[in-house]
Ligand binder design. Structure first.
Ligand code: KIV
Length: 286
């Protein structure tokens, strides 16, 4: 599948032509349990959404944008307004994938009602199809409250980055039997509560396999297992934008190196006055 591009004269930027296909739906994603693997990537901007959209089933406006876009040290400092601004951009830049927006830390944990208010803002102000929130059995009542009121929810278990201050770091979870069993129980609880899919992040491989076998909804792995019903990566990791490469990341490009080379070439062309050249100038009529 590939997008066609045309010049949008309003912005002088290439944008995809209007949809030749309908946007996927949440029930279509939920029905992929045990079927064709679900392809999910994060996206934070309209242009990146345009590029990824034809190839993905789900675009996640992850709160990882705190680190990736804003240079924050953790996702704990990400706000609902940040998520909404980027969520709206990704919806504007896509027409095929289901767009899901992360509820940030502090916007949903207090009560199901608080979570509903945050989710309703996200959906009304961005056009996204649903939200993702972190947490296990403790979040099951909230997930039930949301999903019974028109908010599709993706759950998130295992390594939950918003809880980094409790977990003490970003190491893989489920190495001990007690935590292994707890995470399987967490996933089962939120699936039973109505989550239409579950992100399983940063767990030992047999645990991701056990979660996938235990729950009726699709699992989407990151640092998890090929047995999951789908996979997700942070797009900037996948493109090679950062020097640090966690074990679970495969770099499908080396974009940071290529951007560096382009910037070196641009700077040299400015300094030796070879840029702009005649082809890049509005020459006077002879
Ligand atoms: O915020 C994020 O990007 C995520 C993915 C890593 C699943 O939650």
């Amino acid at each position: 599948m590939s997008a066609q591009y045309m010049l949008d004269t309003a912005t002088s930027r290439a944008t995809p032509t209007p949809a030749p296909m309908k946007r996927l739906t949440v029930p279509q994603i939920a029905a992929r349990k045990g079927g064709e693997p679900i392809v999910m990537l994060t996206a934070y901007t309209a242009r990146m959404a345009q590029l990824l959209d034809p190839h993905c089933d789900l675009l996640l406006v992850g709160d990882s944008l705190g680190q990736v876009i804003y240079g924050l040290d953790t996702t704990v400092r990400v706000t609902l307004d940040m998520m909404i601004a980027h969520g709206a951009a990704v919806v504007r830049g896509s027409y095929h994938s289901v767009v899901i927006v992360d509820l940030p830390f502090g916007s949903y944990e207090e009560s199901p009602e608080a979570a509903f208010r945050s989710a309703a803002r996200v959906m009304a102000e961005t056009g996204a199809a649903g939200v993702k929130l972190e947490g296990g059995a403790a979040m099951a009542p909230t997930i039930a409250f949301l999903s019974q009121r028109g908010v599709p929810v993706i759950g998130h278990v295992g390594l939950t980055p918003q809880a980094v201050n409790v977990l003490g770091g970003y190491g893989a979870r489920g190495r001990g039997a007690a935590e292994f069993d707890k995470i399987v129980g967490d996933a089962s609880a939120i699936c039973a509560a109505g989550a239409f899919a579950i992100v399983v992040e940063g767990v030992v491989e047999p645990l991701a396999r056990a979660v996938t076998a235990a729950v009726a909804c699709p699992t989407i792995g990151i640092g998890a297992s090929p047995a999951c019903d789908g996979q997700v990566l942070v797009v900037d990791d996948m493109l090679g934008m950062f020097e640090r490469v966690p074990r679970f990341v495969r770099r499908f490009d080396d974009l940071a190196v290529r951007i560096d080379a382009a910037a070196i070439a641009y700077a040299a062309a400015v300094r030796d006055r070879s840029f702009p050249g005649d082809a890049e100038l509005y020459l006077a009529i002879p």
